[in-house]
Ligand binder design. Structure first.
Ligand code: SAH
Length: 243
């Protein structure tokens, strides 16, 4: 009896690691948010699926724990990308603690990495991930992190950049970044990475603040002072001296 928290990568089966695949194969129950279960379901037709909706994260973990105990089987809880990056790994560890059920986290390719690969090589030097979701982190804290990451000249990767509930957060964040970063700083977004309808655009920080394509299915990367655009790709130099 064991619970695996499995990052399934950004979308398609190609970006699910062999370890994640084998783990899902070995489990009797697979639990997750409907959108993510739908992405992998056809590859594991014999499994028993436990589907839940958004904002039911605590119940999802508790129900899986109960089901694993009751049936004396292994279960997997899936997250998109990596389960330890704004995913379910921490919550599952907290909820299972003291239950006697072991939890193992199986890593996945997070959106920052898969978005970076589409945009070129923007994360070649120090970078930070900042989520613009203020559901569980208050906006003042998010704003402070945006300021400090900009002052530190980090490349910044924005998760949860905007949603129907908070369409303004992305524009507010760009206004903060523009106080510290040049308006010409390379910036790009990737939408639906690894999924049907994947699209991306590379532009400047000044331009991206007005972009109306940024939503919850989008990851945004904003360069540092060294980043530049070449042949349609963002490059952040690592520091090698080219002749
Ligand atoms: N655990 C996930 C992140 C969950 S937070 C991971 O490691 O990738 C949800 C946010 O992740 C989205 O709002 C978006 O910013 C980003 N994201 C996750 N999957 C994505 C995808 N396929 N395409 C674009 N962005 C994605």
């Amino acid at each position: 009896m064991k619970i695996y928290v499995v990052g399934i990568g950004p979308g398609g089966i190609d970006e699910l690691t062999p370890r994640a695949y084998k783990t899902l194969e070995s489990c009797t129950i697979i639990a997750g948010y409907k959108r993510y279960v739908d992405l992998i379901r056809k590859y594991f037709p014999e499994k028993s699926f436990m589907i839940s909706s958004m904002r039911q994260e605590i119940e999802r973990c508790e129900n899986l724990l109960d089901a694993v105990k009751e049936n004396n089987v292994d279960g997997a809880l899936i997250s998109s990308g990596d389960a330890g990056v704004y995913g379910m790994a921490g919550l599952m560890l907290e909820i299972a603690s003291g239950s006697g059920i072991e939890v193992e986290v199986v890593p996945g390719i997070t959106a920052a990495n898969s978005a970076a690969a589409v945009l070129g090589a923007p994360l070649m030097n120090d970078y930070v991930n900042i989520s613009l979701s203020d559901l569980m982190t208050d906006w003042n804290t998010i704003a402070k992190r945006l300021v400090l990451a900009s002052e530190g000249d980090f490349v910044i990767c924005l998760y949860n950049p905007a949603s129907n509930h908070r369409p303004e957060n992305f524009k507010k964040a760009c206004r903060i970044l523009l106080k510290y970063k040049s308006p010409d700083t390379p910036a790009g977004y990737v939408r639906n990475i690894g999924r049907e309808g994947q699209e991306f655009t590379i532009m400047t920080l000044n331009e991206i603040q007005h972009c109306d394509k940024i939503d919850m299915l989008t990851t945004v990367i904003i360069g540092n002072s060294q980043s530049y655009i070449q042949n349609g790709k963002i490059i952040t130099p690592r520091g090698y001296k080219l002749e």
